[in-house]
Design a protein around this ligand. Sequence first.
Ligand code: EPZ
Length: 416
Amino acid sequence: MDKYIITGGHRLSGRVRVHGAKNAVLPIMAASVLAGDRCRIYDCPNLSDVAHTIKILECLGCRVTFSESILEIDSSDISSWEIPEELMREMRSSIIFLGALAGKMGRARMCSPGGCELGNRPIDLHLKALRELGLVIKEENGFIEANAERMHSGDIHLSFPSVGATENIILASVCLNGETTIFNAAKEPEIVDMCEFLNKMGAKIEGAGTEFIRITGVAHLSGTEHKIMPDRIVAATLMCGAMTTKSEIELLNVRSAHLGAVVSVLRDSGAKIEFFKDKMYIRAPERTGSVDMIKTQVYPGFPTDAQSPVMAALCFGGGTSVIVENIFDSRYKIIPELKKMGADILQDGRVAIIKGQKLSGAHVRAMDLRGGAALTVAALGAEGVSEISGIHYIERGYVDLDKMFSALGADIKKTN
Ligand code: EPZ
């Protein structure tokens, strides 16, 4: 299996471009089946999750080409509403096809996504909302069968602003007669990007990015073109790489509005951060300061996906920082791996207490996507050589993270 070999302690410098957002392109790829036409997507990141979703689209009868970050999806001849079990099990976020297939084909069949490395990943909010819209969903033997014959528009009140559930409701209702309103909708920027894509296809969606989203059903959607928003978590990860190596770097293709909570925390720990249009300059302090309390929350609060890379940065700081992970129930698998590098972290349930230390290189293993990215930024700042295995997790959400950092002067190699 591939691994990273990193010799830490090198200061970084220069500039690097942030690629398109994984969590925007995945729902947009699902949304493309609603076009029954050709869609062209620019700045599509070449990730394993994208490759996986392309396989799903092809199984459904879509024709897909992908080169030079341009993804073309032709769903004119979509013929199936069933996702093969092995593809569904690989990536739980494929549940987003439930709403899209119900909306386009009137039917859907897939296996239940089950859990993942972040722990139990329930879909009760998705199923409850779609059933309230009249989707008949049978769950048996680990499979979900859905029939949309009796679907209707209506008001949906989410008990929690789930990103995926919000996306599924929108995808299922864009072509339903009448108005569907989502109360307590998720406000993440990736939902806004998906809705911009759908509106360019002819949908009528208002309020994306707020807690009230109104979808007025239309009879027909058609193909369009769209450029994927920058990946705010990749940007946050690169910023944390600057922090652990005490560097000054420039990021291209960022949106300051998407990074507010992360910027606030890193400024509290001593970073100088400035934005100029779609560029950012970050200069790390010689000694990273502690941060009293970071609580992960739904957008625009501190993003759970940036929690692990920021934890790695705080390991190098002076003083004591506290993190509370409120979104996922097992996003601390990275702690024992950071401890192998000398980190001083106490965990009690959702709370992690980090005392700044010097870290040393070690052999560590990535257990999930953002944990793997965090180990990478920790190794860049640690003294000596680190070996990170399990980097297939990292490649789900980062295009050539090793090359991004080596372009900034890091000593990082990918081997198998
Ligand atoms: C999306 O996951 C992202 N994934 C996640 O990014 C991100 O961490 C998360 O939103 C929060 O921002 C994609 O967009 C592909 P949720 P999603 O539904 O939709 C619970 C990454 O690293 N919940 O908002 O699954 C759930 O268990 C990934 O890029 C229910 O209880 O997030 C979790 O505790 C990781 N029932 C919380 O809500 C449900 O029906 C947030 O889940 C649905 C969710």
